[in-house]
Design a protein around this ligand. Structure first.
Ligand SMILES: [Zn+2]
Ligand SMILES: [Zn+2]
Ligand SMILES: [Zn+2]
Ligand SMILES: [Zn+2]
Length: 98
């Protein structure tokens, strides 16, 4: 077994995962579209008035508002929602590490 190769593969996988620039969570995206996220994990989390650990690990103000069953009342977020978008200011894409 070539363990060096295995390690390299693992490092690569981690790097890809870390550099994947995700912006808004599925829930914020769904909210922007005027729906509730229908991921099982998110539905469950919402029931408990919590953010989904899996999808909203990096909970933004909007994620927290969704968890509380409301819409985020930040001006920028309200404005973004009006345009059926998630607020880019509060749900920024993860910065790429270089
Ligand atoms: Zn979700
Ligand atoms: Zn989830
Ligand atoms: Zn917000
Ligand atoms: Zn905002």
């Amino acid at each position: 077994m070539n363990s060096v190769k295995k390690l390299t593969l693992l490092a690569c996988a981690l790097f890809v995962a870390a550099s994947m620039a995700y912006a808004e969570s599925c829930c914020v995206k769904a909210k922007a579209a005027g729906k509730d996220c229908d991921h099982k994990c998110c539905v469950e989390a919402r029931k408990n008035k919590k953010t989904c650990d899996k999808c909203q690990a990096d909970a933004s103000c909007c994620d927290k508002a969704i968890a509380a069953g409301k819409a985020c009342d930040h001006k920028c977020c309200v404005e973004a929602t009006k345009n059926k978008k998630a607020c880019e200011k509060c749900n920024p894409a993860k910065k790429e590490k270089k």
